[in-house]
Ligand binder design. Structure first.
Ligand SMILES: N[C@@H](CCC(=O)N[C@@H](CS)C(=O)NCC(=O)O)C(=O)O
Length: 291
């Protein structure tokens, strides 16, 4: 194992603002708002405040899937929250999500507004509200929720663990990369074995479990996360690859990936979505051409 500088933790940890990490400008040891800023509200009952990271994409895919099924009540406004600029610490956003992380959803459709934060809770809320993508028989529903909560518990090791130390930490720490690479490969194997004899995670039907897992583990399977496809030999997980490709082809998934996206081809970026027609008229290539 390679040498890393010795570090003896002091008795009491103190915050050093310039710790040099990739997210030093937004990371703080306290919660709450840093500035007053109201959130915009559009014309639909569902107001989403998000960014097209894997956690954000789960919700825009779900909303596009609901619309594709014919649930007109799932029409939504999606507002861009630029987390690298600290939008998640505005007072309005903190009012929707006290945890200051995207995605966050407001539902103005009932007698009183309802806030929902945590992507898994948002998927479950929408699935129950519209009666879709959540199996109704007890056993399959339990399987679906098990994989949904598996994702919520597992992805932090993929993103905050492996991704952070492999791609973002200011120094390469062999111990940390080894530990999390092993865990991520174990997780990929868990999925691969499940998908060896099931079309989808909950069984034979596509569900919120797939919608939650695909942006993280499908992204990893396609080598899109942390440029780590070769390092983790993701092509070896053949059942995961089959499932990933199949879901990637869904039109709602293609649309959902574009919403609140600020990277990649301008034609793939729809910074804000207020209407189904925005996919045709308001992607960045179109807006830039009109300028
Ligand atoms: N468990 C949360 C995680 C959300 C999360 O980590 N969001 C990240 C982007 S993927 C974020 O908003 N980070 C901003 C920050 O940490 O300040 C969920 O699934 O909704």
């Amino acid at each position: 194992m390679s040498e890393t500088p010795e570090y003896t933790p002091p008795t009491v940890w103190t915050w050093s603002k310039d710790n040099g990490g990739r997210f030093a400008n937004i990371n703080r040891p306290i919660s709450g708002a840093t500035h007053e800023k109201a959130l915009p509200v559009g014309r639909h009952p569902l107001q989403l405040y998000s960014l097209a990271t894997p956690n954000g994409v789960k919700v825009t895919v779900m909303l596009e899937e609901l619309l594709a099924l014919g649930h007109a009540g799932a029409e939504y406004d999606a507002w861009l929250i630029r987390i690298s600029e600290g939008d998640q610490f505005g007072s309005g956003f903190v009012g929707v999500n006290p945890n200051s992380k995207i995605p966050a959803l407001m539902d103005y459709g009932g007698p009183a507004p309802i806030r929902i934060f945590e992507s898994g809770a948002i998927l479950l809320y929408l699935a129950e509200k519209f009666g879709a993508f959540l199996p109704t028989d007890t056993a399959t529903r339990a399987e679906c929720l098990s994989w949904l909560f598996w994702q919520m518990g597992s992805a932090p090791y993929l993103g905050g663990g492996f991704g952070h130390f492999y791609a973002y930490a200011p120094m390469k720490i062999e111990y940390a990369i080894d530990r999390f690479a092993m865990e991520v490969k174990r997780q990929l194997d868990v999925l691969d074995r499940r998908l060896a004899d099931h079309d989808y995670l909950a069984g034979s039907d596509y569900s919120i479990a797939d919608i939650a897992v695909w942006p993280w583990y499908g992204g990893m399977a396609r080598g899109l996360l942390y440029d780590a496809g070769e390092f983790l030999q993701v092509q070896d997980y053949v059942h995961l690859q089959r499932w990933t490709d199949r879901i990637a082809q869904r039109p709602a998934v293609r649309r959902g990936r574009m919403v609140n996206r600020v990277m990649g081809e301008p034609a793939s970026q729809l910074h804000e979505r207020h209407d189904a027609g925005d996919f045709l008229t308001r992607t960045q290539d179109k807006l830039e051409a009109a300028d």
